[in-house]
Design a protein around this ligand. Structure first.
Ligand SMILES: C[S@@+](CC[C@H](N)C(=O)[O-])C[C@H]1O[C@@H](n2cnc3c(N)ncnc32)[C@H](O)[C@@H]1O
Length: 315
C-alpha cells in the first residue's frame, strides 16, 4: 500500500452532521469506534483541542497506519487501538477512558478497503475472496464460498443479503467450486441471474452478505451498542451511521428499547420488568446526506444517522 496515495482516500460521510450530533465539547473525551482513515477523528480532534482526548479503534491495521499519519499533529491527545470494537469496554478499562462525552460508529468499510482489490471486497475488480477487516480473523469469504453447505450458504445470502434468489445463487456457486476470485464469483452470479448490471449489480447483495458473515458485523454491533451505556457520561451522545437496513434495524431496536422505562409485553397490565431508560432519542427522523453530498460523494448515498443521549434516570 502506498501511504501517500491513500491519504485522501475515504471521504467522511455526514461530517458536519456528525460534529453537531456529538455535541462536541472543547476539552471533551470521545471515542471513534471506526477510525478508518481518520476523517471523522480528525474533525473531532480539531474541535476538542486543546485539552480533549480521543480513543480511536479500527480492526484494520492498514487503516490505522493511514490514520496515525494523518492524526500525528494530535499525537498527545489520541490513543489508536487496532482492535475490534466488540472489545470496547475492555479497551476503555485498560486505558482508563471513561466516562466519555460521545461515541461514534461509522459502520461498514472505507474506500481504502473497497478500492484495494487484494482485500476482496469489490466485485468490480479482481482479487482473492478475503473480505476480512483484520488479517487476524480466521474465516475468509473463500472459506464460506468453498466449504459451507448449500443450506448454510443460502441462509447467509438470505439473512445478510436479503436476496430472494439466495438458494438459486447458493447452488450455482456450489456447482462451480472451487471459486477462486471476486470476479469469478461475480460472473457466476451474473450467469445465474441472467443479468450483468442495471442500477444494482446482481452480485451486490451476495457480496454484502459474505462481508457481514466474515466479519460477524451484526452480532458485533449488537454486543457493542450494549457496552456504550456504561461508558457514556450523563448527557453524552451516541451517534451511529449505518449503510444498510440490517445494521440500522439493530440500532433502531437498541435505542427503542433503551429509551423506554418498561419493556414488558403490551398485554402486561402492571410492569414487572424493572427496566429503566438509559437513552433519549435525539432525532425522531433519520438523518441522511443532502443531495449535494450524494452528488459529491456517491458512496454516501445509503448513509443513515441515528443519535441518542445518555440520560440520568432515577426510576
Ligand atoms: C466507513 S469506515 C470509517 C471511515 C472513517 N469514519 C473516516 O472518516 O475515515 C469503517 C471502518 O470501520 C472499521 N470497522 C468495521 N467494523 C469494525 C469492528 N467491528 N471493529 C473495529 N473496526 C471496524 C473498518 O475496518 C473501516 O475502517
Amino acid at each position: 500500500m502506498n501511504l501517500q496515495m491513500t491519504l485522501n482516500y475515504h471521504i467522511p460521510v455526514l461530517l458536519e452532521e456528525t460534529k453537531k450530533a456529538l455535541d462536541i465539547q472543547l476539552g471533551g473525551r470521545y471515542i471513534d469506534c471506526t477510525v478508518g482513515t481518520g476523517g471523522h477523528s480528525s474533525a473531532i480532534l480539531e474541535a476538542i483541542s486543546p485539552g480533549g482526548q480521543l480513543l480511536g479503534l479500527d480492526a484494520d491495521p492498514e487503516a490505522l497506519t493511514v490514520a496515525r499519519e494523518r492524526l500525528k499533529a494530535y499525537k498527545n491527545s489520541v490513543i489508536l487501538v487496532n482492535k475490534n470494537f466488540v472489545h470496547l469496554e475492555e479497551i476503555c478499562r485498560k486505558y482508563n477512558f471513561r466516562p466519555v462525552n460521545g461515541i461514534l460508529f461509522d459502520l461498514g468499510l472505507s474506500s481504502l478497503q473497497l478500492d484495494e482489490s487484494e482485500r476482496g471486497f469489490s466485485f468490480r475488480t479482481d482479487g482473492p475472496l478475503d473480505m476480512r477487516f483484520s488479517p487476524l480473523q480466521k474465516i475468509t469469504a473463500s472459506d464460506i464460498v468453498n466449504n459451507y453447505s448449500p443450506a448454510e450458504l443460502s441462509r447467509i445470502i438470505t439473512d445478510y443479503g436479503e436476496d430472494y434468489r439466495a438458494q438459486h445463487i447458493a447452488y450455482g456457486i456450489i456447482r462451480e467450486r472451487p471459486v477462486k476470485s471476486t470476479r469469478q464469483l461475480a460472473e457466476i452470479i451474473e450467469h445465474i441471474t441472467g443479468s450483468t448490471g442495471g442500477r444494482i449489480h446482481p452480485a451486490t447483495k451476495t457480496f454484502q452478505a459474505l462481508r457481514i458473515a466474515v466479519n460477524e458485523e451484526l452480532t458485533n454491533l449488537e454486543n457493542t451498542l450494549k457496552q456504550t451505556t456504561n461508558l457514556l457520561g450523563y448527557g453524552g451522545r451516541l451517534v451511529v451511521i449505518s449503510y444498510h437496513s440490517l445494521e440500522d434495524r439493530i440500532v433502531k431496536n437498541f435505542l427503542r428499547r433503551e429509551s423506554r422505562n418498561c419493556i414488558c409485553p403490551p398485554f402486561v397490565i402492571e410492569c414487572t420488568c424493572g427496566h429503566v431508560a438509559s437513552f433519549k432519542i435525539i432525532n425522531k427522523e433519520i438523518i441522511t446526506p443532502t443531495a449535494e453530498e450524494v452528488y459529491l460523494n456517491p458512496r454516501s448515498r445509503s448513509a443513515k444517522m441515528r443519535i441518542a443521549q445518555r440520560i440520568y434516570n432515577e426510576n
